[in-house]
Design a protein around this ligand. Structure first.
Ligand code: ADP
Ligand code: MG
Ligand code: MG
Length: 252
């Protein structure tokens, strides 16, 4: 199993420090959830780890099985086995979902070891079935005219097709109705196993009713302030974040 290690990470946007000493280790077989109020730096953390150019890492380290992730180009991070839905183009005219995915899979493989077409089609069919996706979806242009729910399903389809070692899913549940939420959760649950580690970032506990995380972390003011098991998410849903602020003497 692979391990992503984040140590004392500090991230600035436009000279303002947003992530302030973030530590976490995610290994294959584990699902971690990060919860926290709006504006605490959750998305900044995710974007910085995947190499978004607007975010400046001023201190700390991120490594995947001992390899320095921060030294890698964005596409190298993906090839090393990291996944973030945001790294993919939002709308690509003239490229079908199917073509895009086949290109993406082959980009992860050695030259001369491209996925055989039949194998690709079978895998695609199976995963689209898991996600309850319409067959014609694969021949539509990527994200063009996709509804919010279709975009999310498409993100999870990418996850199932690319089989990353470590995935970071930022607000994958936002804007989903309950049926889409179940389908998306089902897709993530299908990935569960020793070779897959996942960080789910969510504002709401709702998603965690369908995907039971092994670890739940609360992020406030740019760092993890509390960690626990799945019951921590339930307590946050019931009681909000104020009790943690009180416990820690945090003011905002
Ligand atoms: P969260 O995902 O926890 O809601 P974000 O990481 O999106 O939080 O935002 C953390 C802080 O960084 C917020 O105060 C937000 O206004 C600020 N921020 C985020 N992105 C940018 C940006 N591109 N430019 C300037 N400030 C930003
Ligand atoms: Mg936000
Ligand atoms: Mg966010």
């Amino acid at each position: 199993a692979s391990t992503l290690t984040i140590k004392d990470l500090h991230v600035e946007i436009e000279g303002k420090e947003i992530v302030k000493g973030f530590n976490l280790e995610i290994s294959g077989g584990e699902i971690h959830a990060i919860m926290g109020p709006n504006g605490t730096g959750k998305s900044t953390l995710a974007s910085a780890i995947m190499g978004h150019p607007s975010y400046e890492i001023t201190k700390g380290s991120v490594s995947l099985d001992g390899e320095d992730v921060l030294e890698m180009e964005v596409d190298e991070r993906a090839r090393a086995g990291m996944f973030l839905a945001m790294q993919y183009p939002s709308e690509v005219t003239g490229v079908t979902t199917s073509d895009f995915l086949r290109t993406a899979i082959n980009a992860h493989r050695e030259e001369g070891d491209e996925i055989p077409l039949m194998k690709f089609i079978k895998k695609m069919d199976k995963n689209m079935e898991t996600l309850d996706m319409n067959e014609q979806f694969s021949t539509r242009y990527l994200n063009e005219g996709f509804s919010g729910g279709e975009k999310k399903r498409n993100e999870i389809l990418q996850l199932l097709m690319l089989e990353p070692k470590i995935a970071i899913l930022d607000e994958i549940d936002s804007g989903l109705d309950i049926d889409a939420l179940k389908v998306v959760s089902n897709g993530i649950n299908n990935m569960r196993g020793e070779s897959f580690g996942c960080l789910i970032i969510t504002h709401y506990q709702r998603l965690l009713n369908y995907i039971t995380p092994d670890h739940v972390h609360v992020m406030m003011q740019g760092r993890i302030v509390k960690s626990g098991d799945a019951s921590l998410a339930q307590r946050l849903e019931a009681e909000g974040y104020d009790w943690i602020k009180e416990e820690l003497g945090i003011e905002d």
